[in-house]
Design a protein around this ligand. Structure first.
Ligand SMILES: [Zn+2]
Length: 94
């Protein structure tokens, strides 16, 4: 079954609460199950210069940055899109 949230939107029984994470965009506290985490490669070198250097055989280390975002920041930054009401019921493609 596709799930929108890990906790299916609620924490039932003795499972307690979702732990709280803080959004990297706005600092808002968000439940773990609702938070959107993305890992993206971040290049230290300018992309155009990087392409040229790689053509010459240089190996440039790429660093990965993991961000924790709330829903509104994810939408604002284009990580997730606003979906139609019916469509929202299905799990988002990761
Ligand atoms: Zn945010």
């Amino acid at each position: 079954m596709p799930k929108k949230r890990k906790s299916r939107g609620r924490s039932k029984g003795a499972k307690g609460r979702d732990s709280i994470l803080y959004c990297d965009g706005c600092g808002r506290p968000i439940p773990r199950g609702k938070a959107i985490r993305i890992t993206r490669p971040v290049s230290i070198v300018d992309p155009q210069l990087r392409k040229e250097l790689e053509k010459k055989g240089a190996i440039i280390a790429r660093s990965y940055v993991t961000k924790t975002l709330c829903v509104s920041c994810a939408v604002y930054q284009g990580v997730r899109k606003v979906r139609a009401r019916e469509e929202r019921r299905t799990s988002a493609r990761r």
